[in-house]
Design a protein around this ligand. Structure first.
Ligand code: NZQ
Ligand code: ZN
Length: 388
């Protein structure tokens, strides 16, 4: 292991098909007014809304309804939520949904009592909040982002022309999260497999960096293997509880800061994905899926040793009698076959990337000086072209 780190994750998790039975008691730890934030209405159709409202009633809370959080939540909506928090003196924001709703809730919490322009302070200058933080709790309904146990808040600001992530500190992590795998059973197949790829991408973004022998990479490999195994089962039978539960647990550990302990990360696939999301409003996991193979083929030679390790330890490639480049390339062939098997989008043109908007996408890509290779803008355009 290299480097120094502090590991601190304060989120309390309630996991399993009786997780919801803890909500009313947990709510007792917070003040009387709860803002109930949720998305476009799936929770009303699948019964989760009724179960949450019943827990809020049992806990004697005053509820402020905050519906309509959209996938790829916007800064405008964050500002609306921040106003509602102030106007109603909200004591807890309860986010019921996927990454979009939970990311939004963190953004609202940090922005409600922020001095100055929250977009500039948090998402552009990456400052830490200094104003009052309103606690956030989560009931997770869609698996992938890890937002249930981290400080990430990815917000789209169309006026500014960016989709940007801010990773807040532990004060903004959900104080608690209810993780019931059954709640994810109604997620449509397209969203479900997009979530599976998002998890894989979080694992790969953190795996493909550094050269040291690091325990964190061994943990990462175990999570990748579990995800690959369970996703094959769940893609065919989404109602397989065991597979869905394993995937939910993997997603949480894939992005709750554990896997960055003792090593750097890459995250360029996410930057390209966010730019595609900004321009096309496509589903997050699919934006990552269509750029991953061109990106990893592009950087493979710069991080050859790690791609060889990926081949052997994750995909079971036999390296005997083969050159390292061949072994590494086989890992990406295995990745490609798995992606096709679970059914993710392989081409960015299917998401709306065209010859006409490719430059606009490239302009919105944040180029990070990390991972095995720092891209130039021309390389970004080349990867985008290959992704089409
Ligand atoms: O809006 P509703 O009606 O809830 O429908 C949602 C939405 O249309 C639906 N859905 C969720 N749970 C459901 C369900 N439909 C039926 N049954 C259920 N149980 O699924 C759709 C997608 O939901 P969304 O929350 O947008 O998906 P996801 O969890 O993938 O979140 C994506 C957002 O998270 C950000 C992404 O950039 C994107 O904005 N990310 C957040 C990260 C973090 N906090 O660390 C990291 C990630 O890399 C990612 O960037
Ligand atoms: Zn992601």
């Amino acid at each position: 292991m290299e480097g120094n780190f502090v590991y601190h994750n304060p989120t309390k998790l309630y996991f399993g098909d009786n997780a919801m039975s803890h909500l009313a008691t947990e709510l007792g730890n917070y003040g009387s007014t709860v803002m109930l934030s949720y998305g476009g209405g799936s929770i009303k159709r699948n019964g989760i809304y009724d179960a949450v409202v019943e827990a809020l009633r049992q806990a004697g809370k005053t509820v402020v309804e905050d519906p309509g959080v959209m996938p790829n939540p916007t800064y405008e909506k964050v500002m609306e939520g921040a106003r509602m928090v102030r106007d109603n003196a909200v004591d807890l924001i309860l986010a019921v949904g996927g990454g979009s709703t939970i990311d939004y809730a963190k953004g609202v919490s940090a922005s409600a009592y922020c001095d100055g322009d929250a977009w500039e302070r948090f998402w552009v200058n990456q400052e830490s909040p200094t104003g009052r933080i309103v606690p956030v709790g989560a009931v997770l309904t869609m698996v992938g982002t890890g937002s249930e146990m981290n400080g990430g808040s990815v917000i789209t600001n169309r006026k500014a022309g960016f989709k940007r992530g801010k990773v807040f500190g532990p004060a903004l992590y959900p104080r608690f999260a209810i993780l019931n795998p059954r709640f994810t059973m109604t997620v449509p197949q397209y969203q479900m497999v997009a979530g599976f790829f998002d998890i894989m991408s979080h694992l790969m973004e953190q795996y493909f960096a550094g050269t040291a022998d690091c325990t964190t990479d061994y943990i990462n490999e175990g999570l990748m293997r579990s995800l690959i195994h369970a996703s094959r089962i769940a893609a065919k039978n989404p109602h397989d509880y065991e597979a869905r539960a394993n995937i939910m647990w993997t997603a949480t550990w894939a992005l709750n800061t554990l896997l960055k302990c003792g090593k750097g990360g890459d995250w360029e696939v996410h930057q390209i994905g966010h730019a595609i999301g900004l321009v096309t409003d496509a589903t997050h996991g699919m934006t990552l899926a269509c750029v991953s193979l061109p990106y990893y083929r592009h950087v493979m030679r710069d991080g050859l040793h790690q791609f060889v390790r990926f081949a052997k330890n994750v995909w079971g490639v036999n390296p005997e009698g083969k050159a390292d480049e061949q072994v590494a390339a086989e890992s990406l062939a295995c990745l490609e076959a798995w992606m096709k098997e679970i059914g993710v989008v392989m081409h960015s043109r299917e998401l709306g990337v065209t010859e006409e908007n490719i430059e606009q996408v490239a302009d919105a890509v944040l180029i990070l000086p990390v991972g095995y290779r720092t891209l130039t803008r021309d390389e970004v355009v080349d990867i985008l072209r290959k992704s089409m």
